[in-house]
Write a protein that binds this ligand. Sequence first.
Ligand SMILES: [Zn+2]
Length: 324
Amino acid sequence: MTERIAQGLYRIPVPLPGNPLRELNSYLLTGGERKLLIDTGFRQEECRQALFAGLAELGVDPRDVDVVLTHLHSDHSGLAPEVAGDAGWIYASGPDRDYLEHMGSDQWARIDAFYRSEGFPPELLVQNRTRNPSRALIPAPTTRYRTLEPGALLEAGSRRLRCILVPGHTPGQMCFWEEREGILFTGDHVLFDISPNITPWAGMEDALGSYLESLRAVRDMPVRLSLPGHRGRGELAPRVDSLLEHHARRLDGLHAILRERPELTAYEAAGFMRWRIRASSWKDFPLAQKWFAVGECIAHLDHLRMLGRVIRFWEGGVWRYRAV
Ligand SMILES: [Zn+2]
């Protein structure tokens, strides 16, 4: 069932089976000769059916649609090549386009080596390679990508979307700003019911630091309606404040964990952090969630190191962390 948000602006809910995010919000902007679809869902059957049924319900021929990606994650990008086909375009920021065009076994091998160096058990990484849905459901290779520069304008009928680069959740996460109506498509930069997952990225020294800066950058925009990548909507400024506080608390909590138990790896430290997941222990954490949790822990450790509150040292093939 699609939702009409405003004249020529619709939400197509795309279910994400078995994923704690539950649903992706795909937004369709009609009104122009080319329709714009913001984000698409995983490359899997449940998502495909919901997305294409939504387009059909709105009387839109996928051949008239160009895709705009808020970021590279496969719950957003997975179906983009199928929607764009051979005639449409897939717009993405430069950094995220670069990842999308080079996703492959090399990249996963590098990421696995990185997680091993943070204490992640190698045998679990092998399992993760086959079971982590974000890996299995990446978009099919295509040559239809186009780069969105920060500040560029996308046209959809009478609407103009300004591309705002907000690195953090991914290196090239973007928000799209319709100034006349005060509508901000936030992607996964700001979510209202869950806190966006922040993990380390090659080439980003301090992903969480970038994220916090990008949060402050959008806080005071004159937004009347925020349209997030997942779940419900809310007021932007108070939500930004609560996300800033959330990470400040996480940073303090992690620092305290390391003060009590020096020389932990990131994998071990993540086991002492609090997570909103139903699992009786760290050992029983679903593997994909554990992988995201360790990533989030590393991003917080990187930021603590940047702030001079934590140091790390290399020992026995892994990084160990100590509070200062
Ligand atoms: Zn997402």
